[in-house]
Design a protein. Sequence first.
Length: 128
Amino acid sequence: MANQQFIHTDNAPAALGPYSQAVKIGNFVYTSGQVGIDPTTGELVSWKLRDQTEQVFKNLQAVLGATGLSLNDVVKTTVFLAHMGDFAEMNGIYAEFLGDNRPARSTIEVARLPKDALVEIEVVAAIQ
């Protein structure tokens, strides 16, 4: 595809398979889903939802930062939860990281996530 750029940063976990951390095309950056993996250890930061969700956002910040963007540029998110009962806690942490930015969002309960994570989030960001 023309003008497609594959994004990689060592400040976020390496892809666990044959995909990119993000792809920039046109005025948009599409990230792959991030789970709460510490990029230095390659392991989940803990088995607590708060810790994993915070790490997810740190990873997303690193991937977006590699393109010159930030969470303020996010226009769409998709949240995957292992347990929908964790929605309220995740939502509070989500609000802490996104501040006044209110992107469109979908939240889906799934049967299982990579590394048995509790939460995974992917975003679409717009280049202004």
